[in-house]
Design a binder for this molecule. Structure first.
Ligand code: AR6
Length: 181
């Protein structure tokens, strides 16, 4: 599924983010930027050790929840990896929605600052961090759509969703947003 926002396109696909040819792919990192499982593990495995070496050198202090940093992409097809830290879900009482929106927003800002015409996101926080996917999908899409309405770039934002239930949740959230527009 895809929607146009002015001259920009938002795409929802199923797949593996490490295989995307976007200018930047986004990593669902932790605040230590220390690597892990899920998307994080897959990106460091496929991209090779230069990504972690650059991360350690440039960002030894790590990255706060809701913020993002950028490195090269090693052996990946993409040019850049944007490492962002989504919130751990703890019932919705700890500003999780605001932090999740901020993770998308900061990633998009870095993509634009670095001249990326296309960026691919995974579904941040909905794996190990247990954010309910229906809620996360709405926040992710609302944040991306309002960013594109204001900034008119990046030209392509692709959500690369790993499994069918996650893809279905994003399709449902996008349909709901379009109906309410
Ligand atoms: N491509 C696209 N999506 C994927 C891939 C992939 N290769 N692999 C998994 N997913 P998660 P989080 C999906 O756990 O919840 C790490 O250990 C997955 O099915 O990667 O933000 C970090 O170091 C799910 O839908 O990220 C952190 O400690 C979504 O990506 C922590 O996990 C996010 O799952 C971050 O947890």
């Amino acid at each position: 599924m895809e929607v146009k926002i002015g001259t920009c396109t938002v795409e929802l696909v199923t797949g593996d983010i490490t295989r995307q040819d976007s200018d930047a792919i986004v990593n669902a990192a932790n605040s230590r930027l220390g690597g892990g499982w899920g998307v994080d593990g897959a990106i460091h495995r496929a991209g090779g050790p230069s990504i972690m070496a650059e991360t350690r050198q440039k960002y030894p202090q790590g990255c706060l929840t809701g913020d993002a940093v950028i490195t090269g992409a090693g052996d990946l097809v993409a040019q850049y990896v944007i490492h962002t830290v989504g919130p751990v879900w703890s019932g919705g009482q700890r500003n999780e929605e605001e932090k999740l929106a901020s993770a998308y927003q900061r990633s998009l800002e870095l993509a634009v600052e670095n001249g990326c015409g296309s960026v691919a996101f995974p579904s941040l926080s909905t794996g190990a961090y247990r954010y309910p996917v229906d809620l996360a999908a709405g926040t992710a899409l609302n944040t991306v759509l309002s960013f594109l309405e204001k900034n008119h770039q990046p030209k392509v934002v692709r959500f690369v969703l790993f499994d069918d239930p996650t893809h279905a949740a994003y399709v449902a959230a996008l349909r709901k947003i379009k109906t309410n527009c």
